[in-house]
Design a protein around this ligand. Structure first.
Ligand code: NAD
Length: 479
């Protein structure tokens, strides 16, 4: 069977890759090939950067309200193509259709509308300095942006970067993850259809070590916005230093979900289960460490075990499926290797711990009990459906364990004591803290972490700052 062939999107046109190579994109649900995807080269990056540089003046110089109108039209087109985007995202990444419908696509549309509204509100200030001068600031687009996107939320994380950059008047080259490139190519086409001019939004698919590297090294790129693993993020920061590109990094997590004995245990365990098993645990803010106060430890382990066993793992397209496969054979191996590490370290796998079936990359929802804080399964990001349940004694102990990894992306705290939850929220080292809930994100709130979780924030007005440079202007009033 002839597979659909996907070319690059450069300067408003679908073009074959310079080297003529295509990779085979695999459906993680059944391991069948679904498409041939262009493997971009450094020369393709060069062409895309030139196109983005040429398009910069027209896009950034456009009336802000007109740019906003184009982005609103883009959002409307995305909405009109909801079913197609849901199908594509589910097929490429193995996400259950129902969860893409409920979360990813609505969030993508919301993100575009939110930043469309920003276009004509990116103001400067008049700043009083001296009586004989008018001094004011403007915010100018940072320039040409490289957006490097991971595979766990290709549409949503891609749009978290594209929408604010476009609103600020920047032009972009987007590099989707090699294994989930399909939705980015499609939304690039829809952006063109909405009236985003050719060259403003270019999509170059291919390997991180080729396309990603070439983007980071290219002197024509002014900013890199990256979401992915800490090790690649470190390399990007080093590479960007060559010409002092601006860098925003959203990296990994090992988030703690802290459950005190006085919490609503039913609500806490329900949220803790979805906090780690949603998207098969492939979530940067997954609550992969569930910290439980000792008096309720056994009860929480039992409830989590029951919930893990009740999850309907299977075909993402089937109604009723609540968890699909992990994204690739490599990711499945990583997760199963960690399960073995956990067992060797002395933790008890009370649920899951195995592959399901022999076709498709399905891993059973896994709960480890008797986990100690120092174990590797408690310290390292697994990025799969594996919960480590760790006991604690009191508030100090909880905060010590919660803050005791290299990450700081997110955390949750559960208690009916309102004073306690505020105190603990203040003490947790995390970019986001959820109190008596877990996992929500909204483009209006800052998102990101520090340490191994990254550098800078996305969303809200933080993203507007990321994609603009302030300029101070002096006008003499002396006659
Ligand atoms: P990854 O770092 O392997 O890849 C991310 C992207 O970087 C891909 O597009 C990849 O092709 C590209 N890349 C790889 N090598 C590169 C190089 N040398 N130069 C430039 N680009 C390169 O990460 P992944 O496996 O796709 O995603 C999983 C990771 O992403 C996890 O660690 C997860 O926690 C993190 N993540 C973080 C957030 C967040 O918001 N903080 C969100 C989602 C995922």
């Amino acid at each position: 069977m002839d597979l659909p062939k996907h070319d690059l999107l450069i300067d408003g046109k679908r073009v074959p890759p310079g080297g003529g190579d295509y990779s085979t994109d695999i459906n993680p649900a059944d391991e069948t090939p679904i498409a041939r995807v262009a493997q971009g080269t450094a020369e393709d990056v060069e062409r895309a950067v030139q196109a983005a540089r040429r398009a910069l003046k027209g896009w950034s110089g456009m009336r802000a309200a007109t740019r906003g109108r184009i982005l609103y039209r883009f959002a409307d087109l995305l909405e009109a193509h909801t079913e197609e985007l849901i199908a594509l995202e589910s097929l490429d990444g193995g996400k259950p259709l129902a969860s893409v419908r409920r979360q990813d696509v609505p969030a993508v549309i919301d993100t575009v509308r939110y930043y469309a509204g920003w276009c004509d509100k990116i103001n400067g200030q008049v700043v009083p300095t001296r009586p004989d001068a008018l001094t004011y600031t403007v915010r100018e687009p940072v320039g040409v942006v490289a957006a490097i996107v991971p595979w766990n939320f290709p549409l949503m994380i891609g749009m978290w970067k594209m929408a604010p950059a476009l609103a600020c008047g920047c032009t972009l080259i987007v590099k989707p993850a090699e294994i989930t490139p399909l939705s980015a190519l499609r939304i690039g086409e829809l952006a063109l259809e909405a009236g985003v001019p050719p060259g403003v939004l270019n999509i170059v698919t291919g390997k991180g070590s080729v396309v990603g590297n070439a983007l980071v090294a290219h002197p024509g790129i002014d900013k890199v916005t990256f979401t992915g693993s800490p090790s690649v993020g470190r390399g990007i920061m080093q590479g960007a230093a060559a010409n002092f590109k601006r860098v925003t990094l959203e990296l990994g997590g090992k988030s703690a979900n802290v459950i005190f004995a006085d919490a609503d245990i039913e609500a806490a365990t329900r949220a803790a289960a979805s906090g780690i098993f949603f998207n098969a645990g492939q979530v940067c803010s997954a609550g992969s460490r569930i910290l439980v106060q000792r008096p309720v430890y056994d009860e929480v382990v039992d409830r989590l075990t029951a919930r893990a066993k009740a999850i309907r793992v299977g075909d993402p397209a089937a109604p009723g499926t609540t968890m699909g496969p992990v994204v690739s054979a490599a990711q499945m191996k990583t997760v199963l290797d960690y399960v073995e590490i956990g067992k060797r370290e002395g933790a008890s796998a009370v649920a899951g711990g195995t592959r399901i079936g022999e076709r498709g990359f399905y891993v059973a929802p896994t709960v480890f009990a008797n986990v100690e804080h120092e174990m590797r399964i408690s310290q390292e990001e697994i990025f799969g459906p594996v919960a480590s349940v760790i006991p604690f004694d009191d508030e100090d102990d909880a905060v010590r364990i919660a803050n005791g990894t290299a990450f700081s992306l997110a955390a949750g705290v559960w208690s009916r004591d309102i004073g306690r939850v505020h105190k603990i929220a203040g003490e947790l080292r995390a970019g986001t803290v959820w109190i008596n809930t877990y996992g929500y994100t909204d483009v209006r709130l800052p998102w990101g972490g520090s340490g191994d979780s990254g550098l800078g924030r996305e969303h809200g007005d933080a993203a507007i700052e990321n994609f603009t440079e302030p300029k101070a202007i002096w006008l003499s009033l002396r006659s």
